[in-house]
Design a protein around this ligand. Structure first.
Ligand code: RIB
Ligand code: CA
Length: 316
């Protein structure tokens, strides 16, 4: 991972809000001393692009942030589109009394914005991707120099082991495996936070209550989102709460010291079938293939939630 700098890092938040993307973006937007959000870019995923783009505007309104929203790819590169309404609700943010977006999305396509913003700041921009990698892959195909111009890509996706959407594949990887392959093979500096580490960040009832009693709308809405989310995680996985997958990726930008990482060779299965979308992580170096990814293996979850509470308390 590139060394931290004294001034806030310019970042682009690319995702498919989705409740955990929304909380991740609130965490980033509440951390101006660490990151400057140049823009948010939306992609198909948990729900359709029209909804992820609307939900991006809702999230920015919750944060009271004036940040441009750019809509991106409405479908994967090759496979059929995948959504997750059973996790995030039909509209992607299962909460009442949400604010409306305060401004319309920009007319510029997300992929063109990513290329423009990175070219304007060579070596400086961190791209935090918390959804399928379709926008990132398209940007790399349109501008082949981009992987070298980016400071790094930080991706919530994949897993060193078990999947979630299938036994083999995590949702973001499975929703566009061909895009994941392009990004994994791009040569970009890449940190990957898969289910193996994000499932260490469980929003237990006590932690949800800590959010609820922050006394601000960001805390109340986050607690409501996580309450709906917890019901799914209890029923599906027998866990005491939902995993904060995407906020883990943002925390890795704000506080890389909270993680134990390992440089690994990671490839993704693009052949349909049992392992479609599986990220194959060579934990023991048996393939002899060079490492292409820094993979998150361990998280200090208490410190992670302390950061989340401290930062979200700052919001309206
Ligand atoms: O597998 C979890 C990931 O898929 C999260 O990013 C969630 O928002 C969905 O996009
Ligand atoms: Ca997501």
């Amino acid at each position: 991972m590139p060394p931290m700098t004294a001034s806030p890092l310019p970042v682009i938040l690319d995702g498919d809000p989705g409740l955990d993307d929304a909380i991740a973006w609130l965490l980033a937007l509440a951390s101006p001393e660490d990151v400057r959000v140049l823009g948010v870019t939306t992609v198909h995923g948990n729900v359709g692009l029209h909804l992820t783009t609307h939900n991006a505007g809702v999230t920015l309104a919750l944060a009271g942030a004036q940040v441009p929203v750019y809509a991106g790819a409405d479908r994967p590169l090759v496979r059929t589109a995948l959504t997750a309404p059973e996790v995030h609700g039909d509209h992607g943010l299962p909460a009442g009394h949400l604010p409306e977006p305060t401004c319309a999305p920009a007319t510029e396509h997300a992929v063109n914005f990513i290329i423009r913003a990175v070219r304007e700041r060579p070596g400086e921009v961190t791209l935090v991707a918390t959804g399928p990698l379709t926008n990132v892959a398209l940007a790399f195909r349109l501008a082949p120099e981009l992987p070298r111009l980016l400071r790094e890509v930080v991706w919530m996706g994949g897993s060193t082991g078990q999947g979630n959407r299938t036994p083999a594949a995590e949702f973001n990887a499975l929703a566009d495996p061909h895009a994941a392959k392009i990004v994994l093979e791009s040569g970009a500096m890449l940190r990957m936070f898969g289910l193996n580490v994000t499932l260490q960040a469980i929003a237990t009832p006590e932690r949800v209550e800590r959010l609820r009693v922050l006394g601000n709308r960001a805390g109340t809405v986050s607690a409501e989102l996580l309450t709906a989310y917890a019901a799914f995680y209890r029923q599906r996985y027998g866990l005491p709460g939902g995993a904060l997958h995407d906020p883990v990726a943002v925390a890795a930008v704000l506080r890389p010291d909270l993680f134990r990482m390992q440089a690994l060779n990671v490839q993704v299965e693009t052949q349909e079938g049992l392992n479609f979308g599986r990220t194959v992580c060579d934990l023991y170096g048996v393939t002899g293939q060079p490492a292409n990814v820094q993979v998150g293996l361990q998280l200090d979850d208490a410190a992670f939630f302390g950061l989340l509470f401290e930062r979200l308390a700052r919001l309206p």
